[in-house]
Design a protein around this ligand. Sequence first.
Ligand code: BTN
Length: 277
Amino acid sequence: MDVEKLLRALDGLHLGPVRYFPCIGSTNEEAARWAEAGAPDLSLVVADEQTSGRGRMGRRWYTLAGAGLAFSLVMHPERTHLQDSKNYLTILSNDSSLMRLTALGAVATSEALKQAYGLSADIKWPNDLLVQRRKIAGVLAEASWQGDTLKAVILGIGVNITHKSIPPGTRLNFPATCLEDFLGKPVEQVELISSILSSLLGWRKRLNTPDFILNWQDKLAFKGEWVKVIYPDNTAQVGIVQGLSPEGFLRLQLNHEETINIKGGDLHLRQLKQEQP
Ligand code: BTN
C-alpha cells in the first residue's frame, strides 16, 4: 500500500493518528494494545498483511500482502453516539452495543461498495458482507476493558480484494468471493478504505437513530427466507428472517404465532436448501 497516498486520502476525514504496518499479526490486536496505551478516539491501524488475523467465534482471517484490506479503528465509547438520553452505559454494558458497532462497520462497508463500485452487498446478520450470497468482507468489534471500565471498542474490517484473498476451500465456513472477481478490474486499497471510513464516520453520528436501523435492515440478507440459527452450544433454531427489532436484534418468525428476537452475537445463519420447519 502506498502510505503517503493513504495519509493524503484520509486527511480530510478528521481521524485520529494512523499507524501503518506492511505486516502485522492482527490489526485488532495492535489497536487494542494502542487503546490500552491511550490511543485517542478514531486512531487507525492499517496493515497490508496479517499473519494471525482474527474473525468472529475464534475463527482466523487471512490477509495476504496486497490481496485485501485490513484495518481497525479505536473508538471511545463516550464519542460513539451509542448513548440514549439517560445513560450511554445502558447500551454499552450489554452485547447489543458491540452488535451495533459491528453493524456500523457492515453498513459502512456495504454503502462504500455501492457508492464506489456500484456493487450491492447484503449483510448476513450480524457481521458478514455477502455479494450474491458469497462472503466478500467481515467485521469484528471487540471491547477493550481496563478493569471494569470500557476503555475502547476496536472495530476491525477485512475486505477481500484480489482472488488471492480467498482462503482455500477447506478453511471456509461460507463460500467466499472478492471485489475484483465482480468488477473485473483492479481495486485501489486506498480508495476503498477512504470510502468505507467516510461512510462509517457519517453513520457513527446516527448510530442510535431509527434511520440507522432502517438502513441496516434494508441491507439485511435472507429477508423472508427460511434460515437456521445455530447457537454457540450447538442448539439450533429454524425460522423466517423478518428484519430487525428497533434495538437491532434479528427478528425470526418461528411459526404463524411466534416471532422471536435473536440477541446473541455468537451465532451462525445458514440458508436452508429444501428444508421447511
Ligand atoms: C469475521 O468475518 O469473522 C470477521 C473478520 C474480521 C477481520 C478483520 S481484518 C482487520 C481486523 N483485524 C483482525 O484481526 N480482524 C479484523
